[in-house]
Design a protein around this ligand. Sequence first.
Ligand code: G3I
Length: 455
Amino acid sequence: MTERCQGDTRPRTGPRARTAIVLAAAALLAATSVAFLPGTASAGTTLGASAAEKGRYFGTAVAASRLSDGNYTTILNREFNSVTPENEMKIDATEPQQGRFSYGAAEQIVNHARSRGMSVRGHTLAWHSQQPSWMESMSGSALRSAMLNHVTQVATHFRGQVVAWDVVNEAFEDGTSGARRNSNLQRTGNDWIEAAFRAARAADPGAKLCYNDYNTDNWTHAKTQAVYNMVRDFKSRGVPIDCVGFQSHFNNDSPYVSNYRTTLSSFAALGVDVQVTELDIQGAPAATYRSVVEDCLAVARCNGVTVWGIRDSDSWRASQTPLLFNSSGQKKAAYDAVLAALNNGTTPTDPPTTPPTTPPTTPPSGSCTATLQDSTRWGDRFNSQVTVSGASNWTVVVAVTPPQKVSNTWNGTPTWDSSGNVMTMRSNGSGNVFGFTTMANGTWTRPVVRSCTAS
Ligand code: G3I
């Protein structure tokens, strides 16, 4: 959670800047206060609103061609607070001829989403599939340059509008080999994936950068382990990766497995966010949909779930009826199960890299107990309140998830680590309850109390 990759050029907020932000935020707080996240209806009654209550998003793939369908957009606008263009940001759509970029359909989706307060996942910058014919026939250094130029151009074009990019999609083989997929991109050199991530970071320093794949749900599978090893290697070498997307296209040949939660939490423990990016389940069994959502909610760094389409008739696998709405747009049993899971789910309090522990009722000498609670939420930020027991002179360490930034604090004296993401708050005689405001920057993960020390 505190890790920051080498080469990470995202803007940081230093103490002086923070003071200015404090004043600006205070003015903003007074001026604008909305009931809940934009893009959601009343909390607890729609997928997006319920997910937002848990600090997550609930998204869907969207096809630009369907935005003129009133039944489709009614459900989209009511239920979802995140959108992924299904095909419109792929390489063949955005660069149909080399050096000639075409963003119309993607912009239609981005504008629809952002004007309604929904966030956008970008999909996808580098992939062996859906390449335009000019790229399919390229190889070697010419292809490497063309791929990097594509990443740079597209990520730059949408800079500030996309909260997370699937930078690289589906780069590993299926089966037991654990090998990279033998594609024209792979043949440009094994470092093509990290080169794509570095180019994306340079182009849009504010976006989360994800690796996205399918058949990586079962923790014991060779492909899952191969991707895990790549992410671990990237983190150890400072390659700028922030998240891993699990497509999670479940069907009878590739079913949901009970170790899915282990998979999500194991990747999260590497210091990346995890996201369920393309969920659909053959036959839409309510219990399985519910399990997937519960698994995400159980992992602090699981940011949200995206289903791969709205109605069954919108699905790439329509005959499997794998989605939450039937072809008439009516809610299916799976919808009710997902909504119930979102409403019952707990907000994560566990530090992502350590197992959850039960706070001691009587703190041992030298320590204390700090309990974090959610407070007010606005469209772009939220307040948290921390109650300390067991000491009157205390030091509490709290971490937020990048790109979140703390913009304001009260009833304590804060200092910061070099990343700006870890705050050490010391008592200043104002009592045993302190608070702070976190600018979400698209990420609604709850801050985590790391430690409480009596002094
Ligand atoms: O738009 C044309 C239409 O004009 C034409 O008449 C028709 C005839 O084939 O094709 C239409 O384009 C199709 C496009 O979907 C839009 O419907 C393409 O043929 C078809 O190949 C394309 O399929 C997409 C598929 O990716 C391509 O790989 C699916 O919609 C899309 O859901 C699917 O999404 C992928 C993710 O990107 C990555 N993970 C797997 C997932 C499912 O395959």
